[in-house]
Structure formats: structure tokens, C-alpha cells
Design a protein around this ligand. Structure first.
Ligand code: ATR
Length: 283
């Protein structure tokens, strides 16, 4: 019987993972399938049981399970422990383990774009995605300021990821945010503001006056490809990075943990892009 993999979350909405993961399994001729598995909180333990019993071979994990799942596993890899979140469940040394592939995927995006580590970074957000991004930015050696609607959430993220360091946090409506933002060569958005289907699809998370020429703006939102924040960055003369590569990179690293095989990255990127473009055309 084919191995079954899937992504668990709730609500799952429209996820691209089944398309590009299935493309990867097929490209390598592996007898496996990948499905979206909507899983409300009360169904989480049963999903893990299914993995332990072999009915599922491995999982991607998304909101709202990334933290709670830790207690159901046999252990977590150091990156997942440090980021306080698991996005991949896999078997390693006979144990059911959790890893966070968002962190290396995030680093991979910045490496591929050749962003120098001395660039000051403004990190927008304070949720789970912001924690992974903060961890990756600090690992790369960036000086980071976080900006979030609820500053206390960003402070909590900072204390979880870099305990002992003084949190650099501003509110999104702080009067000195624009001046601080303009000193940052790298701006990263990890909030859902600007996401199609999200709470504020036509807004940018930043107020006026934050963006200047020469900045690189990385939005982890991938739908639409050009978010309102990225559109504003282009107008200001900045360079834009959308969220699709990060999505595929984290999935490719999950694939490698499950299969022990090198992920066919080009195949996965093409499948994800085609699906996204087909979705944008049909809207
Ligand atoms: P994730 O795990 O994907 O990061 P999350 O934990 O729900 O998801 O975090 C969502 C992020 O988007 C948070 O930074 C949230 O800000 P708060 O900490 O103030 O809640 C941010 N966010 C969501 N809706 C927002 C909005 N309308 N305006 C500004 N920020 C918003």
C-alpha cells in the first residue's frame, strides 16, 4: 500500500502543499500520496496515533497545532525546540520526532538572495512564523527590531527565541517606526496582513513612510504573488521577495526528512507556481 503523508491544521483552507509534495513523490517514482487532512484540535491525538500505527507515514503541521503537538511526540530536534514550534513530524532512530523546517527555509531564502548579514532587519509580526524568522535572522547575525500590532506578543517571541537578550520591539503605530524602518536594509513580513482570503487582504502591515530605495522586502505571504507591502516596496524602489520559495523550501526539507532522498526542488517549485497561477487566473 502507498505511504500516506499529509498536512494537518484547522481550518486548512486552500493549501499548496499537496500539489508540490505529490509532484515530488511522483518525480522520484515513490509509491506515496500526500493529502490535506483538516484536523480540529480534538482530532490531533488521533492523527499522531495514526502515524504511530503506520496508517500515516509523516506529517506537515500548521496552525493551530505547531506548539501543542510537541507533547505528543517522542522528541524534538534542537531547531524546533528553540523556535518553540514543529512543522514536520517524521521517524528518526525509531522515534517519532518533530522538526521545524521553516527556520532553515527562511535562511535559505536570504542566502539565495545574497542578503548580507550586516543588514539591519525589521521583522513584522509576533506569532509562530515570526519566531521562526527571528531565530533564523539572529542565527545569520542580523541586528533585528520587531514591529507588531501587539508588542507584548513580539516581546514573548523574543524571550522564547533569545532569552537573556534585550528585546527590540516597537508597536506598528509607534511614531518612531517609520524612521527606524528606513534604517533597515531588510524588511520581513510574517503577519497575514495582505494575504488573499485573510483578515486584511488589501492592506500593508506598515504605515506610510517606512520604505526607501535599496531595501529588500521579503513577504512570507505567497498569495497574491505581489502583496500590497511588496507593491509599496516596488514603488519606493526596493527589491521584493515573495513567499512561494520559502513555502517550497520548507516542504522540500520535510520531504527529505521523510524519504531520506534529495527533494526535486525544481519540480516542486514549478508545481507550486503553476497551481498558484491557475488559482489567480480563475479568480
Ligand atoms: P503565525 O503562526 O502564522 O505567525 P499567528 O500566531 O496567528 O500566526 O500570528 C499572526 C500575526 O499576524 C501576529 O503578529 C498578529 O499580530 P498580533 O500579535 O497583534 O495578534 C498579526 N496580525 C494578524 N492580523 C493583523 C492585523 N489586522 N493587523 C496587524 N497585525 C495582524
Amino acid at each position: 500500500m502507498a505511504d500516506l503523508y499529509g498536512v494537518i491544521g484547522y481550518p486548512l483552507g486552500h493549501t499548496l502543499s499537496p500539489v508540490f509534495q505529490q509532484a515530488a513523490f511522483d518525480a522520484l517514482g515513490l509509491d506515496a500520496s500526500y493529502q490535506a487532512l483538516p484536523t480540529p484540535p480534538e482530532g490531533l491525538a488521533a492523527r499522531i496515533e495514526a502515524v504511530r500505527e503506520g496508517r500515516l507515514a509523516g506529517l506537515n503541521v500548521t496552525i493551530p497545532h505547531k506548539t501543542r503537538i510537541v507533547e505528543l511526540l517522542d522528541g524534538t530536534r534542537p531547531t524546533a525546540a528553540a523556535a518553540g514550534a514543529v512543522n514536520t513530524v517524521f521517524w528518526g532512530d525509531g522515534k517519532l520526532l518533530g522538526e521545524n523546517t521553516d527556520v532553515p527555509a527562511f535562511r535559505q531564502v536570504l542566502d539565495a538572495a545574497a542578503i548580507p548579514a550586516h543588514e539591519r532587519a525589521l521583522l513584522i509580526g509576533g506569532g509562530g512564523a515570526a519566531r521562526a524568522a527571528l531565530y533564523a535572522l539572529l542565527q545569520r547575525g542580523h541586528e533585528v527590531t520587531m514591529a507588531n500590532r501587539t508588542p507584548a506578543n513580539a516581546v514573548a517571541a523574543w524571550e522564547a527565541v533569545a532569552p537573556g537578550e534585550w528585546p527590540q520591539v516597537l508597536a506598528l503605530d509607534a511614531p518612531d517606526l517609520p524612521a527606524t524602518a528606513r534604517t533597515c536594509g531588510l524588511i520581513v513580513n510574517t503577519t497575514s496582513v495582505g494575504m488573499a482570503g485573510g483578515p486584511e487582504p488589501t492592506s500593508s502591515p506598515l504605515p506610510e513612510g517606512c520604505l526607501t530605495a535599496g531595501q529588500t522586502v521579503f513577504d512570507i505571504v505567497y498569495r497574491p504573488a505581489v502583496t500590497p507591502l511588496l507593491a509599496a516596496a516596488l514603488v519606493a524602489g526596493g527589491r521584493c521577495i515573495g513567499g512561494l520559495e520559502m513555502l517550497v523550501f520548507q516542504g522540500a526539507l520535510s520531504f527529505e526528512l521523510w524519504t531520506g532522498r534529495k527533494a526535486p526542488l525544481d519540480v516542486m517549485l514549478r508545481a507550486a507556481r503553476d497551481e498558484l497561477e491557475a488559482g489567480e487566473r480563475s479568480r
